[in-house]
Design a protein around this ligand. Structure first.
Ligand SMILES: [Fe+2]
Length: 433
C-alpha cells in the first residue's frame, strides 16, 4: 500500500494520458468554487475522473458535520463497465480519511486486509483513496477502483489522483465557505426582521409568510436561483423601516387615522435609508422602497408605474397584500384564501402586475398548502390552553379599559401571561377581590 502525504505536483503524465482530460479535472475545482449547484458539478468531476483513470467505479465521500462520519455524496461507474450501479463501500475511504493520507491499494490482498467487502468478494482488485484536503481540514475522500480485469493502479495514478483531489477540495472548501457565510447572513437578517416584528404583536410571522409567498411566486415566474436568493433577503427586510415608526401607531389595535397612516407610509423610505447604509445590500432597495408602489402609478412613495417598478417589488406587493388580507387584525378577521384570491384578481392591472397575479394563481395549491400549514402550527402551539384570539384579546382589553375608567385600577393585570407565553383569560372584575 503506497501513501501520499500532502499535495503532490501532478506527474508529467504517463504516455497515452489525456492531458486535456487532466486539465479539465483540475479545473473542476474552479468550477466547484463558482457554482451554486455543487452536487451537479461534483458528479461531473467524478464522471470525468472515472473516465480519465480508467476506473471501474468511483465515489466521493464527504464528512457529514452532523454525524461526524463520511457519507457518500455521489458515485459513478464507467460507461459500458460491468460494475453494479451502486456506491462503493466507504471502508477504504475511511482508512485513508482516518490516517489523513491518500492511499493506493495495489491489489486485492491489500484492500482485503481492511475487510473491504468488494475486495473480499474479488470485485475490486486495486483502489485509490485520495483525501480531499482543504487548508485547515480534511473534507472527504475521492475513491476510485478497478476490477480484476484491469491493470492495477500505479503510484503515478495515485499522484495524479491526489492532485485532482487537492483541486476539488479547494473548490469545495470555498463553496462551503460561501454557503456558510450566506446562511449566517440570512440568519442575521431574519433575526433583525423578527426583532422589528416583535414590536408589533399583531403581525405574527408576517415577514416569514410574505417571504415564503414571494419565493413561490418568483419560482413560478421562472426567476433564476441567484435572483431568488436575493429576493429572499430583500423580502425579509421589506418592512425594516417600521423600526422608525412610533409604538403608538405601530401597535395601535384599531384602524389608523389619515395622519397616522401617513406616518406609517414613511416606513418604506425609512427602510430604504437603513438599507442604503449597507453598500452590499443595494440590490434589496427596490423591494424595501418599492413594495407599496402600484402598477397603475397610484402607490407610494415614488408613484412608479408598470415595469418602472422592479419585478421583485411587484412580486412582494402581491405576496404582502395576500398576507395582509388573510391575516387577522384586531379590528377584523382575516378573509378566507379564496376571497383574497378574488381580490387579487379584481386588482390585477390596477394595484398589481397582471403577470404576477396570474403566476400567483398558478401557484395557488402551494400557497394554500402553506397557509394551512401555518394555521395548523398556530393551532398546535395553542393546543391544550384556552387562548384568546386577537379579536377576543382586544374585546377583553377594551372591556378592561372601560371598567378601569369607571372604577380605578384593577388589583391584577388585565391580561396575564400563560406559563408558555400563551395568553390566558385573567380579566379581573373591577372592584372585586
Ligand atoms: Fe410594508
Amino acid at each position: 500500500m503506497e501513501a501520499v502525504d500532502g499535495i503532490e505536483s501532478p506527474a508529467s503524465g504517463p504516455a497515452g494520458r489525456d492531458d486535456k482530460g487532466f486539465l479539465r479535472l483540475l479545473r473542476g475545482g474552479y468550477r466547484l468554487a463558482q457554482t451554486s449547484r455543487a452536487s451537479d458539478t461534483l458528479q461531473e468531476v467524478l464522471n470525468d475522473a472515472v473516465a480519465f483513470f480508467g476506473a471501474r467505479r468511483g465515489g466521493i465521500f464527504l464528512l457529514d458535520d452532523a454525524t461526524n462520519q463520511l457519507a457518500v455524496r455521489c458515485y459513478a461507474t464507467r460507461a459500458g463497465g460491468t460494475a453494479a450501479p451502486r456506491p462503493p463501500s466507504k471502508t477504504l475511504a475511511a482508512v485513508a480519511f482516518k490516517g489523513r493520507q491518500s492511499l493506493l491499494f495495489r491489489d486485492r490482498n491489500e484492500a482485503a486486509q481492511h475487510a473491504a467487502d468488494s475486495a473480499v468478494r474479488g470485485e475490486v482488485n486495486s483502489a485509490i483513496c485520495a483525501v480531499l484536503r482543504a487548508p485547515d481540514r480534511e473534507l472527504g475522500v475521492l475513491h476510485l477502483d478497478r476490477g480484476p480485469d484491469a491493470a492495477p493502479f500505479t503510484e503515478a495514478d495515485l499522484n495524479l489522483a491526489d492532485s485532482v483531489a487537492a483541486a476539488v477540495a479547494l473548490g469545495l472548501d470555498r463553496h462551503q465557505l460561501v454557503e456558510r457565510h450566506e446562511a449566517l447572513f440570512v440568519q442575521t437578517v431574519t433575526a433583525l426582521a423578527q426583532a422589528v416584528e416583535m414590536r408589533d404583536e399583531y403581525t405574527g410571522n408576517h415577514t416569514q409568510r410574505v417571504t415564503a409567498y414571494s419565493l413561490l411566486l418568483a419560482e413560478e415566474m421562472g426567476l433564476p436561483e441567484g435572483e431568488r436568493r436575493r429576493l429572499r433577503v430583500a423580502t425579509l427586510l421589506h418592512d425594516i423601516g417600521k423600526i422608525a415608526i412610533d409604538d403608538q401607531i405601530l401597535r395601535k389595535p384599531g384602524r389608523l387615522s389619515d395622519a397616522e397612516f401617513e406616518q406609517m407610509r414613511t416606513h418604506v423610505v425609512r427602510g430604504a435609508e437603513i438599507v442604503q447604509m449597507i453598500p452590499g445590500l443595494k440590490w434589496a432597495l427596490p423591494v424595501v422602497r418599492g413594495h407599496h408602489e402600484r402598477y397603475d402609478g397610484k402607490g407610494y412613495p415614488d408613484k412608479l408605474a408598470g415595469v418602472g417598478i422592479e419585478l421583485t417589488a411587484r412580486i412582494v406587493a402581491v405576496a404582502d397584500a395576500f398576507d395582509a388580507m388573510t391575516s387577522d387584525r384586531p379590528y377584523r378577521t382575516g378573509m378566507p384564501a379564496a376571497r383574497a384570491f378574488e381580490e387579487l384578481q379584481k386588482c390585477s392591472g390596477t394595484h398589481f402586475d397582471p403577470e404576477c397575479v396570474a403566476a400567483f394563481f398558478r401557484a395557488r395549491p402551494k400557497i394554500e398548502a402553506l397557509l394551512e400549514k401555518d394555521a395548523a402550527e398556530r393551532r398546535s402551539a395553542e393546543g391544550g390552553c384556552h387562548t384568546l384570539s386577537r379579536q377576543e384579546l382586544e374585546r377583553e382589553r377594551a372591556a378592561a379599559r372601560e371598567a378601569l375608567a369607571q372604577t380605578g385600577p384593577p388589583r391584577a393585570s388585565p391580561i396575564a401571561q400563560g406559563p408558555t407565553g400563551t395568553r390566558v383569560h385573567s380579566i379581573p372584575v373591577p372592584g372585586s377581590a
